[in-house]
Design a protein around this ligand. Structure first.
Ligand code: HEC
Ligand code: HEC
Length: 494
């Protein structure tokens, strides 16, 4: 049992009942999907609503879901100018850690989202582009925020892309003991998201297990807390489509929605709105719309030579081993070209907002006689709030990286001790589905790769041997692989 992956497998075995509940079928009738579409396209404004909500903001990244998710049709990926920007606090000098109180004070001065009044620290926050408060823009610039036009020209966008490719991450010096690290996330396409939502956890476990046996690549099932599986986000950080949609409402648009409060207003940290901006029903309709977006299609070029090349390219893609991670189908989800697992792609793609760690079962024992009924015992906990987003050194200082968690299986009464799996959480990325990839440039988690070729050559870590084989192919065969990728298109008519 020296391979940690088998130990994670054991962790899953403890909780079959909980795992079985994952995966939702969002049926959605015509009418609610239509209502959801209207909300997805709605241009929100900052205004007092009858519900008591305050509409858009106070801090936000754009006015509508559709403003970012638009390439290849409604619900698609986004260009770099609408990237979400994360700000991670890190220690300037890891050898001389400050007191938590000092750290909280310095961070609060930088942005109230980092630390609450009781000194609870959130190591990563979103650096929103806009606020309804005019004093925000000075703070935004001080924190290293870039002023990007709301609707850039093609030339401005190309310049942005070029700058991002050269310098995808940047550090902003701050007051001792802190430095602030910027990193970005490119907008993903939502086509086929409803199908991904229904993939059972066991299917991902089986893929991870098969890779551990075969050897060259070793994907890890993204874990959310102790017992849930992540399916969405570049780091596989979110379990369900609905959870991601709720988070997008608050994080991107600043909407207060049931289950996901709007972000802290840095100019007025104690402020909260008097009501919701969208009701639970409206949020459900929004998720139904997103879940109804069809999966992308393979569309071979009409021209016979290019068509033959794309077909050859598909064979080469499998032969050189791209399909070890970009698996063609997961059960009934055909043509996804992803295993949805986390892979270490090497230091070149490291980023300060880490993947949530995995857990393994360190020890298990039945509860001693006389302890209360298992049903009254502690249920599996979530990892401490704000970990997804633990800057590396802060995670250590706050005791997050060594966290030990306990959980009791309500059925058997067995108490398990979970420990954190040591993996390169800053270098692990969920294999992105390649369906629709021809219509979703730019590529990689932050959009640093302008073209498919750039994206391929930037793979490192576990993908190294495979990329070497790609680079050793004759030029025409490399073109054939790209021609194949260019046949993976967004669905038509959206
Ligand atoms: C400012 C641009 C922006 C806006 C506005 C925006 N998104 Fe996104 N969206 C993103 C980015 C960036 C990601 C990738 C985030 C990550 O993976 O960490 C994303 C990812 C998603 C995902 C996860 C897809 C996957 O496969 O992992 C869903 C679902 C989603 N957005 C839905 C929405 C909805 C619904 C709205 C409107 C309430 C919305 N988004 C508004 C930028 C945006
Ligand atoms: C070890 C697993 C692995 C292998 C092998 C692999 N990839 Fe990837 N691929 C990934 C991961 C993980 C990412 C996301 C990295 C990131 O965002 O920083 C990715 C990203 C991509 C992207 C960008 C997709 C997007 O939406 O941004 C393309 C294109 C791609 N891979 C093609 C290929 C091709 C072609 C091969 C074979 C030559 C290959 N990959 C081999 C794991 C792999």
């Amino acid at each position: 049992m020296s391979n940690p992956r088998f130990r994670t497998l054991r962790a899953w075995c403890v909780w079959p009942a909980i795992l079985a509940t994952a995966g939702t079928a969002w049926g959605g009738d015509h009418e609610s999907i239509g209502r959801g579409k209207e909300i997805f396209e709605r241009e929100f404004a900052a205004e007092t609503l009858a519900s008591g909500g305050d509409g858009l903001g106070p801090v936000y990244n754009h006015h509508s879901c559709a403003a970012c998710h638009l390439l290849g049709g409604l619900g698609g990926a986004g260009p770099v100018d609408v990237n979400a920007v994360a700000l991670t606090a890190d220690l300037a000098n890891r050898d001389r850690p400050p007191t938590r109180a000092l750290l909280a004070r310095v961070l609060r001065q930088a942005h109230a989202g980092f630390a609450s009044d009781d000194d609870t620290i959130t190591p990563t926050i979103l650096l929103h582009r806009f606020s309804t408060n005019e004093r925000y823009s000075a703070q935004y610039q001080k924190l290293g925020g870039e002023t990007i036009p709301l609707t850039p020209t093609a030339e401005e966008r190309a310049q942005l892309q070029e700058r991002l490719s050269r310098q995808p991450r940047k550090d902003v010096p701050w007051k001792s003991p802190v430095i602030l690290r910027h990193s970005q996330r490119n907008t993903t396409a939502l086509f086929g998201a409803g199908e991904i939502d229904r993939i059972p956890a066991a299917a991902l476990e089986a893929l991870s297990d098969a890779q551990a046996r075969a050897g060259e690549v070793s994907g890890r099932v993204p874990q959310v807390g102790l017992t849930k599986v992540g399916r969405f986000g570049w780091r596989g950080q979110t379990e369900t489509l609905h959870d991601f949609v709720l988070g997008a409402c608050s994080n991107e648009l600043g909407l207060e929605v049931p289950g996901s409060p709007q972000p802290v207003n840095p100019q007025r940290p104690s402020y909260s709105p008097n009501g919701f901006d969208l009701s639970a029903d409206e949020c459900a309709a929004l998720t139904e719309f997103v879940a109804s977006l069809p999966r992308p299609q393979m569309r071979l070029p009409a021209q016979p030579e290019r068509r033959a090349m794309a077909i050859d390219g598909k064979v080469l893609f499998e032969q050189i081993g791209c399909s070890q991670c970009h698996v063609e189908s997961i059960g009934p989800v055909k043509g996804i070209y992803s295993d949805l697992l986390l892979h270490d792609l090497g230091p070149g793609l490291a980023d300060p907002v880490p993947a949530a760690p995995g857990f393994f079962v360190h020890s298990q024992r039945p509860l001693p006689p006389g302890t209360p009924e298992p049903s009254q015992q502690q249920q599996p906990q979530q990892f401490p709030q704000g970990y997804y987003g633990g800057g590396s050194s802060l995670a250590g200082l706050l005791g997050l990286s060594n966290a030990v968690q306990f959980a009791v299986d309500p059925k058997t009464g067995v108490r398990s001790e979970f420990r954190v799996l040591r993996t390169a959480v800053e270098q692990e990325w969920r294999t992105p589905p390649l369906w629709g990839v021809a219509d979703s440039a730019p590529y990689l988690h932050d959009g640093r790769a302008a073209t498919l070729i750039d994206a391929i050559v930037l793979h490192g870590g576990e993908a190294d041997p495979c990329i070497q084989r790609f680079l050793e192919l004759p030029l025409t065969e490399r073109f054939a692989v790209v021609e194949f990728l260019n046949s993976l298109r967004a669905p038509e008519g959206l």
